[in-house]
Design a protein around this ligand. Structure first.
Ligand code: NOJ
Length: 542
């Protein structure tokens, strides 16, 4: 049959940590790297994930909470020091955990010394490190490009009398990747972290690094809501020219070259964040010869309607478009999306976790989703995310609240007398690691069981995927097979009982049900699923 997929980033499960919100140790109400170190046992032994991805911890004015980097090769004092990073990395490796860091190549902070120099004069040696252009004759910006965070993408600079490009906040000027010095320097940044021993990078808005060199106007979008699901001004255009230039492929091949230089015995990996409405375009970044990104992040499960048919469609399309030899991946939550439990409800969130951890492809989990954490209501005074201030309703604070560790005030995230940077969920006394660990039917118990199953059953980690058509419309049923081993996954997306009737008369044994109360032999020609129930079932060997 096929090819073996046995590399760490293929068989493993990635857990995203938002460092500000994981564990505070120095009493400022903001999580830090020593906090992560102190929780490595939880990650490696209690939960047993395989890799952690840390959102940015680099020096930053925090206009976009670290995605505005003012020094790519250091640690912000809020989070620790390079020394504490090294300790964390060592601790992770000692426990068999891989570490992925965030790399933000599209833009720096406007406080980065490179940009300060670039904006100091038109003759600055770093002028061409960013994208500067004259105004149009009427004084307006060079083209119609828009910022992801609202408003135009160009900011006027009084001192030097030109506009600079910022695809995000004006505090995040876009680097000019067409300048060889920028490219070289950013490759060196990568090497800095790889030399320290990190195992991989998550590339922020990877496909945006190269734009149309002529800076042509984007055309209007005839169907803004169809593209995006919501009608904000950003989608009034087709983003034809401000991202995904064909040269991105060359840039990715070169980045891949940097990673591959570290050899194959401990392969380093790149996973790229990208937003492409065309799924094929996204898959093209594996590279024609699998020589670009190891994985372009697949967010399709987040944007799909939560129905069995729509979700199956996402998976079938994913299977169809990943090139031969490429490895799929799935994401159900991150620091930019409403929490899974808030999007689809607490009960379906358990079905979602079962799906994520039993599909063919690397799952990336978001911290706290293993507990069923939900969005926390944020009052106007508590807003931190600049996006919320620009475009009310779009802020991301609700999904970035502190991790809930125990029943103490502040949920064990920070000391009792400290104010956490974002509020803690009102129900943290029930939804937290300490309580859920002891509860047999908790979401953490389910997550742990699924992680254990994935580890124990190679068919779940690396087996093939085959959808099964015999279920009712509101169920998604699929088989995972590897050598002699087979597991059937049956997920009920509805709040009613359903019966799955496989045509072939076969028996199987339930290994785990989302309800965690059922380990039994079943007849697969009459498999009853309770409301919101998902089951992973071992089917007789072939
Ligand atoms: C994508 C990141 O995930 C998001 O949090 C950030 O605001 C933007 N890129 C800009 O870096």
């Amino acid at each position: 049959m096929g090819q073996e997929f046995s590399l760490w980033w293929q068989t493993g499960v990635i857990y995203q940590i938002y460092p500000r919100s994981f564990q505070d140790t120095n009493g400022d109400g903001i999580g830090d790297i020593p906090g992560i170190t102190s929780r490595l046992d939880y990650l490696a032994d209690t939960l047993r994930v395989d890799a952690i991805w840390l959102s940015p911890f680099y020096p930053s004015p925090m206009a976009d909470f670290g995605y505005d980097v003012s020094n790519y090769v250091d640690v912000d004092p809020v989070f620790g020091t390079l020394g504490s990073f090294d300790e964390m990395l060592q601790g992770a490796h000692d426990r068999g955990l891989k570490v992925i860091v965030d790399w933000v190549p599209n833009h720096s902070s406007d406080q980065h010394p490179w940009f300060l120099e670039s904006r100091s004069s038109r003759d600055s040696l770093k002028r061409e490190w960013y994208v500067w252009r004259d105004a149009k004759p009427d004084g307006s910006p060079p083209n119609n490009w828009l910022s992801w965070f609202g408003g135009g993408a160009w900011e006027w600079d009084e001192t030097t009398g030109q506009y600079y490009l910022h695809s995000f906040l004006k505090e995040q000027p876009d680097l000019n990747w067409r300048n060889p010095e920028v490219k070289r320097t950013m490759h060196d940044v990568l090497r800095f972290w790889l030399d320290r021993g990190v195992d991989g990078v998550r590339i922020d808005v990877a496909n945006m690094i190269l734009k149309d060199p002529e800076l042509r106007d984007n055309p209007p979008n005839p169907e803004p809501a169809a593209t995006s699901g919501h009608a904000r001004a950003y989608w009034s255009q087709v983003h034809l020219y401000d991202k995904s230039h064909p040269d991105v492929h060359d840039a990715f091949r070169e980045i891949r070259g940097v990673l591959d230089d570290y050899g194959t015995s401990a392969p380093r990996m790149a996973v790229g964040e990208m937003f492409e409405s065309d799924r094929r375009a996204s898959a093209s970044y594996y590279g024609n010869n699998l020589d670009e990104l190891h994985m372009p992040f697949n967010f399709a499960l987040i944007s799909a309607p939560w129905t069995a048919q729509a979700v199956r469609n996402v998976v079938d399309i994913t299977e169809a478009i990943v090139p031969a030899g490429g490895w799929p991946n799935y994401v159900l939550g991150n620091h930019d999306q409403h929490r899974l439990a808030s999007r689809i409800g607490a009960e379906q969130a358990r079905v979602g976790m079962t799906l994520l951890l039993t599909l063919r492809g690397t799952p990336t989990m978001y911290y706290g989703d293993e507990l069923g954490m939900h969005d926390v209501p944020i009052t106007l005074e508590q807003v931190h995310d600049p996006w919320e201030l620009n475009e009310p309703g779009l802020g991301r604070d609700a999904e970035r609240t502190p991790m809930q560790w125990n029943t103490q005030p502040n949920a064990g995230f920070c000391a009792l007398d400290v104010q956490p940077w974002l509020p803690i969920a009102g129900d943290y006394r029930e939804i937290n690691v300490a309580v859920e660990r002891e509860e047999q039917s908790s979401t953490i118990s389910l997550t742990r069981s699924l992680l254990e199953l994935r580890r124990a059953h190679p068919c779940l980690a690396v087996g093939s995927y085959r959808p099964v058509d015999d279920g009712p419309e509101s169920c998604f049923v699929y088989l995972r097979e590897h050598e002699q081993h087979r597991c059937l996954v049956a997920l009920n997306f509805s709040a009613e009982s359903q019966t799955v009737a496989l045509q072939k008369r076969e028996r199987g044994s339930i290994l785990v049900s989302t309800h965690l109360d059922r380990v039994e032999e079943v007849d697969l020609s009459r498999l009853h699923l309770r409301p919101n129930e998902g089951c992973v079932i071992e089917v007789g060997r072939r």
